[in-house]
Design a protein around this ligand. Structure first.
Ligand SMILES: [Zn+2]
Length: 378
């Protein structure tokens, strides 16, 4: 989920809000104010509202801490996370790649609930040093009420997240364990997603039951959460299946093996007219004295003024091979797409044994995916 509003950057990770976050922020703020009013009716409205606002902000900071812990483990294990989004039902760390192994998935998933427990215990410990004792029941001092609520809610958050329904953290832990046992990530996801749908169904049924038996709006929240979980379980299964299937496709399956060449002494006007226009290809390997010296594409040509073209040779503008990002015939297609997006290029030379063996272009990859999708649908 991409953030709609960017808040800032923490530890190299963008923190953002999705529009739906405002609904939950307002709801939480008003219900906290209501809670404080009941617990401490002697408080002035100003104190109640201020404390509700501070507590709500600390709650969202706790969620950011939870997501940042996921991001830290993911980054350390080679799954880049560049952003965290807060939305109506919590937070999500936008992992750019699925886990490479079961162990990484396990640690990345479990660190979130562990962080929430630690954060919760921290709030309770602060309340404790301020004199709060669980046996005393209702905390009388303003500071405690917020701290105690934050302590319990973070622990509740950890418990909720450990429900073994994919894509909740508990579901990811379950998936990683099944994956470690049967060594099949796709099947593991299928099983974890099934359990996720089951959990979602329980939420929906129980929510409706509560709603109709007591006209309790809390029941409707359970239905909404269940519906979201069911949706997410199906979507993440489809995503994992697609990227796992793609991981088996290599550059050599898609690239064009023949690579057009051009002599380094050819001038740019001839290159434009006789090579680029006539062949319709956009990438050429430049040879000089029988050696590959570099690569020339439309981009390099465009940087030279048109009236200089007859006096400039291809070798002069070619990008040396060692400065070009390249892939090998064995590179998985998923990595190629990532690289193209990151480097903002439309084609990458394929290098085998130190020589250019071909070119792979973005349109070739997309065409391949489209053909595959049509074959599957047929
Ligand atoms: Zn989590």
């Amino acid at each position: 989920m991409r953030p709609s509003i960017r808040l800032g950057r923490l530890f190299g990770v963008d923190i953002g809000l999705h529009y739906s976050w405002f609904i939950i922020a307002l709801l939480l703020f008003f219900s906290l104010a209501g809670h404080f009013q009941i617990v401490n009716p002697q408080w002035s409205p100003a104190l109640t509202w201020t404390l509700a606002a501070i507590t709500a902000l600390l709650f969202f900071a706790s969620i950011v801490a939870h997501e940042l812990s996921h991001a830290a483990v993911a980054n350390a294990r080679g799954m880049p996370v560049r952003s965290i989004t807060l939305f109506a039902l919590g937070g999500v760390a936008n992992v750019e790649r699925e886990s490479v192994d079961a162990k990484s998935e396990f640690w990345m998933a479990i660190v979130g609930p562990v962080t929430s427990v630690v954060v919760g215990l921290f709030f309770l410990a602060v309340a404790w040093t301020a004199g709060w004792r669980p046996a005393l029941g209702t905390p009388p001092a303003p500071l405690w009420a917020g701290l105690v609520w934050l302590g319990y809610i973070n622990i509740a958050l950890a418990v909720f997240n450990m429900i073994p329904g994919y894509p909740l953290d508990g579901g990811r832990v379950l998936r990683s364990i099944i994956w470690a046992i049967n060594r099949d990530p796709v099947r593991a996801t299928k099983i974890a997603a099934r359990v996720g749908q089951l959990v979602a169904a329980v939420f929906i049924v129980f929510g409706f039951f509560r709603f109709f038996s007591g006209a309790d709006f809390g029941g409707l929240w359970l239905v909404v959460i269940g519906w979201f979980l069911a949706d997410a379980a199906v979507a993440s299964y489809a995503g994992v299946e697609a990227s796992t299937a793609l991981a088996h496709v290599r550059v050599s399956d898609v690239m064009s093996p023949e690579c057009l060449t051009v002599d380094g002494n050819v001038n740019l006007r001839i290159f434009a007219e006789d090579y680029l226009l006539r062949t319709g290809r956009r990438c050429f390997v430049v040879y000089q004295n029988g050696r590959q010296v570099g690569l020339v594409t439309m981009n390099e040509l465009k940087r030279v003024e048109r009236d200089r073209w007859p006096f400039t040779t291809v070798a002069q503008i070619a990008r040396p091979l060692e400065k070009v990002r390249t892939v090998s015939p064995d590179t998985p297609l998923t990595q190629v797409l990532e690289l193209m997006v990151k480097e903002d290029v439309n084609q990458l030379p394929v290098i085998a044994n130190g020589e250019i063996a071909g070119v792979i272009s973005r349109s070739q990859v997309l065409q391949f995916l489209q053909t595959r999708a049509e074959l599957k649908a047929a």
